[in-house]
Structure formats: C-alpha cells, structure tokens
Design a protein around this ligand. Sequence first.
Ligand SMILES: [Zn+2]
Length: 430
Amino acid sequence: METLAITGGRVLHPDGRVTESDVLVDRESGTIEAIGPDLEGDETLDADGGLVMPGLVNAHTHVAMSLLRGYADDKELDAWLQEDIWPIEAELTPEDVEVGAELGVLEMIKSGTTTFADMYFHVDRIADVVDRAGVRARLGHGIVTVGKDEEDARADVEEGIEVATTLDGAADGRIRTAFMPHSLTTVIEELLAEGLELAAAHDVPVHLHANETEDEVEPIVDERGERPIEYAAELGALGDGNFFAHGVHLDDAEIGLLAETDTAVVHCPASNMKLASGIAPVQRLHDAGVTVGLGTDGPASNNDLDLFDEMRDAAMVGKLGADDASAVPAGDVVEMATAGGAEAVGLPGGRVEPGAAADLAVVDLDAPHLTPVHNVVSHLAYAARGSDVRHTVCDGDVLMRDREVTTLDAEAVKARAAEHAAALVDRVGE
Ligand SMILES: [Zn+2]
C-alpha cells in the first residue's frame, strides 16, 4: 500500500468537530485509511498550523467560461445572454473550450475545489482537462433547442445522450456524466420529453437550470397553468440523483415536490445577485429536507470560481432573504460546499473520515484575517479565502503542494488563456 500522511494539523470531522489529528491516505484506492495521532506514510504533506477539510464541491458551473470573465457585466440574464454571451460562445472553438477549462480547473485546484459539475459543449475537451488535472467531475453537454431547426435541435439532444453515455467512467472513474438540457424554457417540450426518456433508459442523471428568474417562471405558468417544477415532474425530470441549478423562485408546493422526489438544488448566490435574479429560499429548502449544494455558476457571472466566496455569499444573502440573522448559519454553508454538494452531484468526497474518498483541502489558518481561531467553521464560512488553501488532494493524489499546482503548468495555462481570449474577442468583433 502506497500511503500519504497529512500531518501536524487539525481535522474537520463530518459532525463539525475539530481535532488535532493526522490523516493517512491510501493512494492506490484513493481513500482515507485512518485519522489519529502520529500517523506515518510513504510521503508526507505538512499541515502544521492548518486545517484538513473536505475538498470543496462546485456543484454547478460552466468552467470554460473563464475565458469570458469580465467580458460583459452589469446586465440582466436575458440581455446578458442574448447580446453578449451567446454571440461570443458561438465563436468558441474546441481548443478555446479546452484552454478555458484548464484555466478554470487551475483556479479551482488553487482554491481547494476538488470536484465540480459542469454543463457546456465540446465536453470531450473538458473531460481531457479533468483527466490531466486529476480532479473529479460530473460533466454533460448543455442542450438548447430554441432558435434551431428540427434537425439541429434533435442533433443537440442526441449529442447530450452520446456525451452522457460515452464519457461516463472516464479518467479512471473520476468522470461521471449527466443529461443536461439547459433549462425548461430553452428546450422544446417534445425533445425534452424524448431526451429525458432516453436518459432514464440509460440510467443517466439529469441536471438543468430551473426557476432562475421570474422571466423564466412566467411563460411556463402562462402557457401551462402550472409551475416549472410541476412541469418538470410531469416530464419525469425529478428524482434521486437529479440536481437543478438555482431554484431562486420556488413556491412551497415546488419545494415539497423537490423534497419528496429527492431532487437536489444547487444554490448559486453570487450569480443570482450579479444578474439580479433574486434570493433563493435556502433556509426553506433546508427545512423541507432538500439536499442543497453550492455552485459558482460560470465565471462570467460571478466572476470567480472560489467557493470560499460562495460560502460567505450564501450565508449573507440567506440571512437577508429570510430576514433572520440565524438563517443559513456557518455550519450549513460549509456542509453545502462539501458533503451537500457531493451528495447533490452524486460523486464521492465531502467528508474527512476513514473509508471516504481522499478529496481534501488543507487551509492555512496562520493568517491575520484568520486570527484568532475561536471557531474554525466560522472562519471557513466568513473569513477564509481560496488563497488560504495550502495543499489540494483528490483521489489520493496531491494536486497542489505548498500552493504549487503539480498537474498543470500554471504560467503556461494563464498565458494560453489570455491569448485565446484576445483572439476570441477579435473574431466576434469582425
Ligand atoms: Zn449555469
């Protein structure tokens, strides 16, 4: 057994307890072997003055949109997509997507994220980056049929199924897939129903954007006389293993349906604030027993992939939305960014305990903004930053040691991304 010992630090346990312990990882199985005092391994990672916590789970993003970071801001969702994002996305080549994904994954490793769920296109290129970088992901092809003729629309649905069935289990099992219609309003009913039936036949989970803005809810209510989650239920889109992004505008009956069917919700507070989409009822979802994960959404509507930022945003806006300072407390947001996210996207990780996947982040607590340490969980939610992460480990492999990413050449990735982004903006301007 080849082992990795993470020594000298504190450990955040699944029940929120923090102890001074070492962590021993079995690198072959990629799992945690033991937690306790004085553990020794073939290789050592120094966690002195730090906290070993679960690797963070970014449960909803479009990672290749890192190339569009800062390209268009300060607009509502509809105008932002139609005037800026969709025209420039139409120019993205497979290589652009790969370069953007590398940049995004680099940023995630540097901020302690080991796992993400991603909806985009040219997914084979994103899968290649996941494989090389050593992270874990649930990937899918984002399907949009509006504005397409019948043939193109059908081809898009077919690609969604093709990606979900062929890439599943890639990168030594670190890649799993999902069927990912963009949303309930951007895929026509007939094709949505057909695709969902095929996904079920292939036993593939479903991920889509739902109830993100009022403008997305109203047309469904006007046309069908029912709420979006009721429509999704009729189509068979709800169920254990399926997870919906946003869930900003939900009524009690919809929250009840999500809870009854074990459909998870991924809260994306920064994107919801930036696009003025609204405040998701996270405390109500939690009280109803819905599994809630945390996502950054794409880096063009955030504008970063730092889940520490997202935890802070979730706690802050959750209190504002509930008009209650005790709502969405620190422990809950840390749970959402770790075990909740892992459960939502159906991937291992999210817990530091023997037998669990060795997906870990070591956070350096020796910083002015983290002093004194009265309560580690409070610091993770309110005071820590992605740049405080010292080491990142996924599936038993060290992806970042002392802030040096080991699987990607950070300088080359940044240079390539800047070059591709500039060429992209030139093309769209022509
Ligand atoms: Zn999204």
